[in-house]
Ligand binder design. Structure first.
Ligand SMILES: Cc1cc2nc3c(=O)[nH]c(=O)nc-3n(C[C@H](O)[C@H](O)[C@H](O)COP(=O)(O)OP(=O)(O)OC[C@H]3O[C@@H](n4cnc5c(N)ncnc54)[C@H](O)[C@@H]3O)c2cc1C
Length: 334
């Protein structure tokens, strides 16, 4: 329960890794921050595989010990698999950078995102969940706040010298300002689900992210998670996935498993759990990253493809950079 004010130093839209990082670090610097989030946390999110360089923003947030103590699988490497099941030599991060960051994690995003949001609260940020930003408030060409609807407080007008849009692929500000540019070359679809008791490779490779190829420029991701679960997804051209006799997601998924020998072997005897999830049209960038009173972070600024698991890193990194820049602007204005 927060006591609601209507004016802040900064308003952050979205409590994913980008928004919560920005909010946590600005609050740590003593800024009066409000984070508005449309969902009730913890909430489901795709994107479970971290990259080594997530370490540095997470270290700055003071979250490394918590991750070290967590039951999240350690990710030491990425490995690639041909359609016939031939496995590449794993790419071990520690062979390229002798630093603790070379061991990273596979995380359930509901837990990971909650952890960063808790840190923002702990640092003093106010958080309004189940509150959706609907419109930007402007004076002339300058953004001065947002209009939002909150489950608890109803319709709100919230003002601040800076609004940070970290609304992820909803791209709140980019849609309002008509800034979004789609990439005609990247018309991929992702279809994914979860498996229990699937096979894990031995030793250091147990928590590896595996990229397993499919015909026609498609690929599987295979991400081992805690609780003996594995996230398994397909990224491919829509025309390739839906060109057969069925449009049923489960049937398409099961058909494609047979197109990669390694995936088929690793899922033998495993139990598929939960729904099949699908998303498309996720490759875009924006014409601008800011305007007077507004700045974009994480996926709200752009997203191309999940192949290198770069999304969470870019969200965390843009959050740290933004917190520093916004704070510097406040110091200049003082
Ligand atoms: C198929 C697929 C697989 C992926 N796999 C990986 C992976 O393995 N590793 C990886 O690093 N990345 C992966 N990504 C990318 C990753 O999911 C994103 O890059 C990352 O979540 C971006 O973080 P963010 O904070 O910018 O946005 P998000 O995490 O999406 O957070 C945005 C938040 O804003 C809230 N919000 C939206 N609109 C509003 C509004 N109007 N008002 C209030 N709140 C709002 C949302 O509810 C959400 O909580 C994947 C992406 C896809 C599509």
């Amino acid at each position: 329960m927060i006591s609601l004010k209507t004016q802040y130093d900064a308003i952050v839209v979205g409590a994913g890794p980008a928004g919560s990082t920005t909010g946590a670090l600005l609050a740590e610097k003593g800024r009066d921050v409000l984070i508005v989030e449309k969902e009730k946390f913890p909430r489901y999110h795709v994107g479970e595989s971290l990259m080594p360089f997530c370490y540095f923003p997470l270290e700055r947030l003071g979250l490394i010990d918590q991750l070290m103590e967590s039951g999240n699988p350690r990710k030491y490497c990425v490995q690639f698999v041909r359609e016939d099941g031939f496995l590449s030599q794993p790419f071990y991060f520690f062979q390229h950078f002798d630093h603790p960051s070379s061991t990273t994690w596979q995380v359930w995003r509901e837990e990971f995102d909650q952890m960063i949001l808790d840190k923002a609260r702990e640092n003093g940020a106010s958080v309004l969940e189940q509150t959706k930003a609907n419109r930007l408030i402007k004076q002339g060409d300058k953004v001065t706040g947002i209009k939002a609807s909150s489950q608890e407080f109803g319709d709100l007008e919230l003002t601040a010298p800076v609004v940070i849009d970290a609304s992820g692929r909803d791209c709140f500000a980019a849609h309002k300002e008509n800034w979004m540019v789609r990439d005609p070359e990247l018309k991929k679809v992702a279809l994914w689900t979860y498996y229990k008791n699937a096979k894990r490779d031995p030793g250091l490779d147990e928590g590896a992210t595996t990229v397993a190829y499919l015909p026609g420029k498609g690929w599987f991701w295979y991400i081992p998670l805690s609780g003996d679960m594995v996230s398994v997804g397909i990224v491919a051209e829509r025309d390739y996935l839906f060109n057969g006799s069925t449009k049923d997601h489960a049937e398409i998924f099961q058909r494609e498993i047979k197109n990669n020998a390694w995936i088929e072997e690793h899922l033998q005897g495993a139990e598929q759990t939960g729904e099949y999830r699908i998303t498309g049209e996720y490759s875009y960038r924006n014409k601008y990253c800011s305007m007077d009173g507004l700045v974009l972070a994480g996926d709200a600024l752009g997203f191309l493809d999940p192949v290198f698991s770069s999304g969470v890193f870019l969200a965390l990194k843009s959050g740290t950079m933004l917190a520093d820049e916004v704070d510097a602007a406040f110091l200049l204005a003082q």
